[in-house]
Design a binder for this molecule. Structure first.
Ligand SMILES: [Zn+2]
Length: 117
C-alpha cells in the first residue's frame, strides 16, 4: 500500500515548473509576472535578472544563461513545449475512453446514417 518509490516521486528540490505552466507563461506575460512575484529577487541567483522562460530557471550571469540556451536540457524542454502538455483527454484516449459525437456536434438526433441500397 502507498505510493511506489515515494522518496523519488515526492522530491521537490529539483522541481521545475510543469510544461502546461510554462506554456501559459509564454502565451500570457501576466501569468509569468504573477509567478515571478512569488519569489523575492534577493533570494534568486543573479538577483533574478537572467531568467529562462522555457525552463523556469534563473542564472547567475548573462553568460550562464547563454551557455544554458545552447545546452541539451534547454533543447529538450523546447521540444517538450512544442509537443504540448499531456492532457487528461490523452490519458483517457490511451485506455480507449473517448466520446465520438460525430462531425456535427449538434446533439444526439442530428447524426445521419447513410444506408446503402
Ligand atoms: Zn532554458
Amino acid at each position: 500500500m502507498g505510493i511506489f518509490a515515494k522518496r523519488t516521486k515526492t522530491k521537490t528540490r529539483r522541481y521545475m515548473r510543469d510544461v502546461d505552466q510554462v506554456k501559459a507563461d509564454i502565451t500570457s506575460p501576466r501569468h509569468l509576472e504573477l509567478f515571478k512575484q512569488t519569489k523575492a529577487a534577493e533570494d534568486l541567483p543573479g538577483l533574478g535578472r537572467h531568467y529562462c522562460t522555457e525552463c523556469a530557471r534563473w542564472f547567475e550571469s548573462e553568460h550562464g544563461l547563454q551557455v544554458h540556451t545552447k545546452g541539451k536540457p534547454h533543447k529538450r524542454r523546447l521540444k517538450a513545449l512544442k509537443e504540448g502538455p499531456y492532457t487528461h483527454k490523452e490519458a483517457d484516449a490511451a485506455v480507449s475512453l473517448w466520446t465520438d459525437n460525430g462531425p456535427g456536434r449538434g446533439g444526439p438526433a442530428t447524426k445521419e446514417v447513410e444506408m446503402s441500397t
